[in-house]
Design a binder for this molecule. Structure first.
Ligand SMILES: C[C@](O)(CO)[C@H](O)COP(=O)(O)OP(=O)(O)OC[C@H]1O[C@@H](n2ccc(N)nc2=O)[C@H](O)[C@@H]1O
Ligand SMILES: Nc1ncnc2c1ncn2[C@@H]1O[C@H](COP(=O)(O)OP(=O)(O)OP(=O)(O)O)[C@@H](O)[C@H]1O
Length: 283
């Protein structure tokens, strides 16, 4: 079976506290976007075999798809195997949940091909064991994510927003970003409750104008280019611009496709990985 694994952006991220296990409690608004990996899943007699078009992605037990399938095999005592072909389009280690959305598709495919009869809750539960962003990626769309990102409330769809993405050529470790964050020193936080109201009203202008990602301060301090991209996006008529996840990808929200295209053309002189996409609804 062939599935599309859609990337996400975070329309805002607040980090509330550090937990005993070193994870953090968050409150964030997640949005799927129309940038996706295409993945083929085929039954095999035994073993898990992964192929990926991107040579930077490990195809062995380090691949998050391998991890989640191995976990499912153990939990459901499955003898059968799976062959997985990943056509990578989502930039790797970009803050766009590239690995997490692949893992979410693997859960959906395994439930069907291995006949596991999993409920949505079973999928969220197993997903959260391999990555905090995986539970959201199972349904996608627009959602409030709490807990470590695994407590989800689906929100009215915000599909069709014009978005430009720009990923500077730097690698960012999510773990390091969270570990460097000093929660007591956060000055500006998003008003998530007010943003939720704006999502209900589909008030894109309010959302774009009031987005905050508290992880930005950590990543921008190390990589000022992120601030520079945000500045260019705003100069080119973005209604708002923000770093996604722990970075380094920056996204801008635009009123029209035409505005998005002008900004895309400007950024392409400066950065290799630039995309124009639209937000997408629940899978
Ligand atoms: C930044 C976001 O992408 C926003 O959606 C997510 O919060 C991160 O999700 P993710 O990459 O799926 O995260 P994981 O792979 O589970 O964790 C990577 C590392 O990030 C840190 N981490 C992650 C999620 C979270 N709520 N608190 C954390 O402190 C932990 O140190 C963890 O070791
Ligand atoms: N299927 C996969 N696709 C992409 N990267 C993978 C995959 N499996 C394992 N990885 C590894 O995971 C690391 C993080 O990549 P990923 O693209 O998931 O980051 P990300 O977009 O920052 O994720 P998130 O937004 O969830 O933090 C990379 O260093 C990569 O080697």
């Amino acid at each position: 079976m062939e599935l599309k694994a859609f990337a996400k952006i975070n329309l805002s991220i607040d980090v509330l506290k550090r937990r005993e296990d070193n994870y953090h409690e968050v409150r964030m608004i997640m949005q799927s976007i129309g940038l996706y990996d295409t993945i083929n899943f085929d039954l095999r007699e035994k073993g898990i075999k992964i192929y990926c078009t991107d040579p930077n992605v490990p195809c062995d037990e380090r691949n998050i798809v391998y991890k989640v399938l191995q976990l499912l095999k153990e939990n459901y005592k499955i003898e059968k195997g799976m062959e997985i072909d990943i056509h990578k389009r989502i930039p790797v280690a970009a803050g766009l949940a590239g690995g997490s959305c692949d893992a979410a598709c693997a859960i959906i495919a395994a439930s069907s091909l291995w006949d596991l009869k999993m409920t949505y809750e079973d999928m969220v539960d197993i997903g959260s064991k391999v990555g905090a962003d995986v539970p959201f990626c199972i349904k996608g769309g627009t959602a409030l994510a709490e807990g470590i990102g695994d407590k989800l409330t689906q929100l009215p769809s915000l599909e069709g927003i014009h978005i430009v993405l720009a990923k500077p050529l730097i690698g960012v470790s999510t773990k390091e970003v969270y570990q460097s964050l000093k929660i007591d020193e956060i000055v500006i936080r998003p008003d998530i409750d007010r943003l939720l109201k704006a999502v209900q009203e589909k008030n894109i202008r309010y959302i774009a104008d009031n987005m905050v990602n508290v992880l930005e301060t950590v990543t921008i301090k190390k990589h000022p280019v992120i601030e520079e991209i945000k500045r260019i996006m705003v100069e080119f008529n973005a209604l708002g611009s923000l770093m996604s996840g722990s970075g380094p990808t920056v996204f801008g929200i635009f009123d029209t496709h035409d505005d998005a295209e002008k900004c895309y053309n400007r950024l392409r002189d400066y950065i290799k990985d630039v995309y124009i996409v639209e937000s997408v609804g629940e899978l």
